[in-house]
Design a protein around this ligand. Structure first.
Ligand code: SAM
Length: 283
C-alpha cells in the first residue's frame, strides 16, 4: 500500500494537465500556472501544443510523448523525475489518459515512487454527458469502438445489456456505419450526438437510433455519442422472444444456478415455474 500526500510530501511530480477541447477560454488558471512552472512538458504533437503554449505565453521546453513512442518516452520522464525535475503531460485536447496517452507513464511513475497529480479540466466525455438529457447518475465510458466492423459488433454486443448511460467517441468518417451497427445490435433507444463541443458550431442532435439513421445528418467534426442504457423491460421483451430453453441458458451463461434461472424465466414470461420446468426438463 502507498499513500500519496500530493501537496504535503516533497519530491518530483508528474502533472496530468487538461487542455481545452476547442475553446481556449476553457484553459484553467491552474493548468497555465502548472505548465509555466514545470521543467518539461511532454505532449502528443508539438505542433498542436506549441500553438496553445504561445497563446498563454508559456515557454517551458516541449518534448514528445505519444502512443508510438511511449515505451521509450516514459523512461525519459522517469529519468527527469529521478533528477528532481517536475514534468507535465498534456494530450492534444482534453484530459490525458482518456482515450489518449498517459496511463502507461502515470502507472510507471507511481510504481517508481513519484507523485502523480491530475488537474481537473475539460473532457469531451463528461461535457457531452451532462447536457445530453440522459441519466448521468451512472454511466459507462467506452471511448472508441473498434474500427473493424466485426470487432465493433462484438463490442456492441458486450455493451448491449448495460443499464448505465453509454459514452462513446467516434470519428466522422465512421459515424454512419457505427450508427447502423448500434441500431442493429442495441435496438432502438435514445441517442444524443454531441458535436464540436465548446466551438462556434457546437450541436446536440437528440433523438432515437432509428431517427438519426433515417435522417441524412451532416455529421462532421469531433463528436461524442451518448446512448441510453438498456432498460430492464426491453431486455425482458427480447428474452421472451427466445425459446424457453434459450432464455433459460441465457441466465445459466451468466453464472446463475438452475433453480434461480428457472425462477427468473418464469417471472419474465409470467408463467408458473412448473410450466418452465416441464419444457426444459431440468434434472
Ligand atoms: N482526451 C480527450 C478527452 O478528454 O475528451 C479525448 C481524446 S480522443 C483522441 C478524441 C475524441 O474525443 C474525438 O474523436 C471525439 O470523439 C471526442 N472529442 C474531442 N473533442 C471534442 C469536441 N470538441 N466535441 C465533441 N467531441 C470531442
Amino acid at each position: 500500500m502507498k499513500i500519496q500526500k500530493s501537496y504535503i510530501d516533497d519530491g518530483s511530480v508528474l502533472y496530468l494537465v487538461p487542455t481545452p477541447i476547442g475553446n481556449y477560454d476553457d484553459m484553467t488558471f491552474r493548468s497555465v500556472e502548472t505548465l509555466k512552472n514545470v521543467d518539461y512538458i511532454f505532449c502528443e504533437d508539438t505542433r498542436v501544443t506549441k500553438v496553445l503554449l504561445s497563446h498563454f505565453n508559456i515557454s517551458t521546453p516541449l518534448r514528445n510523448y505519444h502512443i508510438f513512442n511511449e515505451d521509450v518516452a516514459y523512461e525519459d520522464i522517469i529519468n527527469l523525475l529521478k533528477e528532481g525535475k517536475n514534468v507535465a503531460l498534456v494530450s492534444d485536447a482534453g484530459l490525458p489518459c482518456i482515450s489518449d496517452p498517459g496511463y502507461f507513464v502515470a502507472s510507471k511513475a507511481i510504481e517508481a515512487g513519484f507523485k502523480v497529480i491530475s488537474l481537473p479540466g475539460a473532457s469531451a466525455s463528461l461535457t457531452a454527458l451532462i447536457a445530453s438529457g440522459l441519466p448521468c447518475e451512472k454511466f459507462y465510458f467506452n471511448g472508441f469502438l473498434n474500427s473493424k466492423q466485426n470487432q465493433r459488433i462484438k463490442e456492441l454486443n458486450e455493451l448491449k445489456d448495460k443499464k448505465e448511460t453509454l459514452i462513446i467517441y467516434e470519428a466522422p468518417h465512421r459515424i454512419h456505419e457505427t450508427l447502423k451497427d448500434m441500431y442493429d445490435v442495441l435496438g432502438n433507444r435514445r441517442i444524443v450526438i454531441a458535436r464540436e463541443l465548446t466551438k462556434h458550431y457546437e450541436e446536440y442532435t437528440r433523438g432515437t437510433l432509428e431517427e438519426v439513421q433515417a435522417e441524412e445528418l451532416n455529421l462532421k467534426g469531433e463528436m461524442v455519442l451518448i446512448l441510453e442504457g438498456a432498460s430492464i423491460e426491453s431486455n425482458i421483451l427480447e428474452l421472451n422472444n427466445l425459446s424457453v430453453l434459450e432464455h433459460f441458458n441465457h441466465y445459466i451463461n451468466q453464472g446463475i444456478d438452475e433453480k434461480e434461472a428457472l425462477k427468473k424465466v418464469a417471472k419474465d414470461r409470467n408463467v408458473s415455474k412448473s410450466d418452465i420446468y416441464k419444457e426444459i426438463k431440468v434434472k
